[in-house]
Design a protein around this ligand. Structure first.
Ligand code: SAH
Ligand code: SF4
Length: 363
């Protein structure tokens, strides 16, 4: 049955849900094997590093799952300075990371928008275009997206969190709009960014059918990049008090199957092996690579700010800047037969095809 589905060129929602529900060791191995073959054929076995800079935890939103939501008053808010951000970017460059990701809580003020524009231009000015710039700064107006693009950013990550509008409504206050999120994704694409989206996996009430719908959603909006990870409760959030229907191990395995199925369906996109995977298992990110992911985002945020960017409990706070850590990660990547694409931007092959007009996947 699994083999039959894996041989098909186009998968239905039911078939995707069946793959996501696989349990036995042998079937899981076959799923990952298939995903890995697709990965090798479409994006190769280079792992691209993006240095993640969590530049601030001020957030105007109140997502029920997130530790830095506006309503969490037990948190000291911070914002890195322009110099601190540029210094972190310089570390990325020195270590051969081809890109940085600037991530923060959602701040829609004009002053934030100006600041980010200036930082992006600063990165371009100081490093002469040697570093790719990805943004993950939430919902903004079209004009802000355009200004940041014009300043030199070229990728944007905005997770839909769940593509089911009913579930979305359960995890967000009423004034957070699913439709606005969709409009932002469309505006980003229109502006010219490589667009990344993704979901949390293992949310209360989320089924394999919902997740199958998410994979089809990624395909429908023609995403270039995908970043997904297990949902991990944070004790100071409204959802942190609810019980989570899946154990950490089940959420990890479900997240890995989700990566594999996304690779099989979307083929030539970049897929991140995220920190949340690592939060559930020390080797979570390597497992993500073996399931079909090809991007890792080592954390470049200064150690003094790490505690302030706790999106969920148990977020790994290890110093990924330490030489020993980098060596260990590289060794582990070599051990699984892959190599790090040092100094390379590692753009999503799908984006290249999309702008040339030959990206049709047609699932
Ligand atoms: N404010 C921006 C970027 C920072 S949040 C935005 O929301 O897009 C980045 C991601 O962290 C979110 O998209 C969400 O998927 C993830 N996240 C937040 N809380 C989480 C939790 N409790 N468990 C797992 N992931 C979480
Ligand atoms: Fe803010 Fe993003 Fe967290 Fe929502 S997920 S509260 S927008 S940082």
């Amino acid at each position: 049955m699994i083999d039959e589905i894996l041989r098909k060129e186009h998968l239905s929602r039911e078939e995707i849900a069946a793959l996501l529900s696989i349990e036995g060791e042998e079937d899981t191995r076959r799923l990952f094997q298939r995903a890995y073959a697709v990965k090798r054929g479409h994006v190769g076995t280079a792992v691209y590093f993006r240095g993640l800079i969590e530049l601030g935890n001020v957030c105007g939103k109140d997502c029920f799952y997130c530790g830095i939501r506006r309503g969490n008053s037990s948190l000291e808010r911070y914002m890195m300075t322009r110099e601190e951000i540029l210094d972190a970017a310089e570390l990325a460059l020195n270590w051969g990371y081809g890109s940085v990701v600037l991530q923060a809580g959602e701040d829609r003020s004009a002053c934030f928008s100006d600041f980010i524009e200036d930082v992006i231009a600063g990165i371009g000015g100081r490093f002469g275009g040697a570093l790719g710039v990805t943004l993950s700064l939430g919902e903004q107006d079209d004009e802000t997206y355009r200004r940041w693009f014009a300043a030199g950013a070229h990728r944007y990550l905005l997770r839909i969190e769940t593509s089911d509008s009913g579930l979305y409504g359960r995890f967000h206050p009423e004034d957070h709009s699913f439709e606005r999120r969709l409009r932002c994704l469309a505006a980003l694409k229109e502006t010219g960014y490589q667009v990344g989206t993704g979901v949390m996996i293992g949310l209360p009430g989320q089924t394999a059918e919902h997740l199958a719908g998410d994979v089809l959603f990624f395909n429908k909006i023609d995403a270039d990049m995908i970043g997904m990870g297990p949902y991990i409760p944070h004790s100071d959030t409204p959802m942190g008090k609810d019980c989570v229907p899946f154990s950490p191990e089940e959420r990890l395995n479900l997240a890995l199957r989700m990566i594999a199925v996304t690779r099989i369906v979307l083929k030539d996109v970049n897929i991140a092996s995220t920190t949340a995977l690592q939060a559930l298992s020390d080797t979570g990110r390597e497992l993500g690579l073996l399931a079909g992911a090809n991007v890792i985002m080592p954390n470049l945020t200064g150690m003094k700010y790490r505690g302030g960017y706790r999106l969920y409990d148990g977020k790994p706070g290890i110093d990924e800047n330490a030489a020993a850590f980098r060596e260990r990660l590289e060794t582990r990547i070599r051990d699984i037969g892959e190599y790090v694409g040092y100094g390379l931007r590692g753009d999503s092959p799908h984006y290249g095809k999309r702008v040339r007009g030959d990206a049709g996947r047609g699932n």
